[in-house]
Design a protein around this ligand. Structure first.
Ligand code: FAD
Length: 385
């Protein structure tokens, strides 16, 4: 089949790899002029590690990634709020959790795609999709394909508009400043500091490199002035524990990014004619879900398998794909919203009670529940380790 993939992010590149491995004729169309440094870092949880192993690149990822063993929760005054044992999740799922910079992650995916002989056509911005799945680009050119994969992200997806009639994401009332920093880190532990309407996370990748995200409740969307980001962070986290203040003080201002964080209400319709949505275009979840890129990878693997299982019947393949993926991704979207509603709650009494509950939480039970939820529809298990 001739397959056109719209968007060269995680979902687009991963689906191109998966579909090419099934023998299809695949091309990726990306609006940017070149591969860009998107975001700071991600945790590849075991469900995503499984997919990367199927693509033959898990070892390449592991070679440049960190291997966090715990996620420590602390209050903004440094109180211990408990810890999630990531090792338990890895053990239960049979694959490792890995922390990696976005640049490294995207580079390894793209190198694998190139090794399969697939082109990414940069400078191709989709502006409209018509009935019959004709894709129009901003330079006036058009294409048709046997299958079009809409992987054009969460903020203004032409593919989502074509399928559902609406591409408007939902602002969830908080901002994230993100960046990469140098320092001296405990490579075993992710640090997650909880405040009142604010949060700061530090994810080590190596002993001297980490990525971080500072989040804060903000009711409305405001300005994005990069010159002010460092001062905004200083003001917001001035009295937080030393590791947070050190990162802000040392973060290269030019490498701080600020995001008004949006997701999408789950919709169960992901395909129309010969176009199917994947990744954030289908089911954007908040960063508090920790699973956006991981679910994009799962989409890629499942889509290729559904197309193979229903060869010659694309409608059935796309129906099977949506049926397989909708509940799991909707659950992850709602879990992301639930955690965000708690972390970015500005009520002091609520946050005190939340922190007290965290100190007494059943972290082993939480790790098991996370592992079981993320394992859904994947052939995982301790025997795979
Ligand atoms: C602050 C933050 C932190 C995050 N942290 C994590 C994390 O730790 N772990 C995790 O798993 N996930 C994380 N995520 C989520 C994750 O980044 C996304 O879910 C993931 O990147 C989705 O991939 P995607 O390919 O669907 O979308 P994107 O990565 O957004 O890619 C979409 C691509 O489509 C292109 N495009 C858009 N419009 C057009 C057009 N009209 N024509 C052609 N091309 C177009 C874009 O340029 C882009 O390259 C985070 C998200 C945010 C905002």
């Amino acid at each position: 089949m001739k397959i056109a993939i719209l968007g060269g992010g995680v979902a687009g590149v991963a689906s191109a790899i998966a579909l090419k491995l099934q023998g299809h004729d695949v091309t990726v169309y990306e609006r940017r002029d070149a591969d860009a440094n998107i975001g700071a870092g991600i945790v590849v949880w075991p469900n995503a590690a499984f997919v990367l192993a199927q693509f033959g690149i898990l070892d390449d990822i592991a070679a440049v990634a960190g291997r966090p063993r715990t996620m420590r929760r602390l209050s903004r005054t440094g109180d211990d709020l408990g810890a999630l044992d990531i090792g338990l999740i890895d053990q239960r799922m049979g694959y490792p959790s890995l922390s990696i910079l976005r640049t490294d992650f995207q580079r390894i995916l793209l190198t694998r795609l190139q090794s399969l002989g697939v082109d990414v056509r940069y400078g191709h911005k989709v502006v409209r999709i018509d009935a019959g799945t004709v894709v129009h680009f901003d330079d006036g050119t058009t294409l048709t394909a046997d299958l079009v994969v809409g992987a054009d992200g969460r903020m203004a997806s032409c593919a989502r508009r074509y399928v559902t009639g609406d591409d408007t994401p939902v602002y969830q009332g908080f901002i994230n400043w993100i960046g990469v920093c140098e320092g001296d880190f405990d490579v075993d532990a992710i640090q997650d500091y909880w405040g009142i309407g604010a949060r700061f996370g530090i994810v080590p990748v190596t002993r001297n490199k980490a990525y971080w995200a500072g989040g804060a409740a903000q009711a409305t969307i405001g300005a994005r002035n990069p010159d002010a980001y460092r001062d905004e962070l200083h003001r917001m986290f001035a009295d937080w524990p030393a590791p947070v203040r050190h990162i802000i003080a040392g973060a290269p201002a030019a490498r701080i990014n600020k995001i008004y964080v949006h997701d999408h209400d789950p919709v169960p319709t992901w395909h129309r004619d010969r176009l199917v949505l994947i990744g954030d275009a289908a089911h954007a979840a908040l960063p508090t879900s920790g699973q956006g890129a991981c679910q994009a990878l799962e989409d890629a693997w499942h889509l290729a398998n559904c197309v193979a299982a229903h060869a010659g019947n694309l409608d059935r393949a796309l129906e099977a794909f949506t049926a397989l993926r909708f509940q799991k991704t909707a659950g992850i979207t709602m879990a992301g919203r639930g955690l965000a509603a708690s972390l970015f709650n500005r009520d002091e009494a609520f946050c005190r009670e939340r922190d007290r509950a965290s100190k007494h939480a059943d972290f082993a039970g939480l790790a098991a529940a996370m592992a079981d939820g993320w394992s859904r529809h994947l052939p995982l298990g301790a025997q795979a380790a």
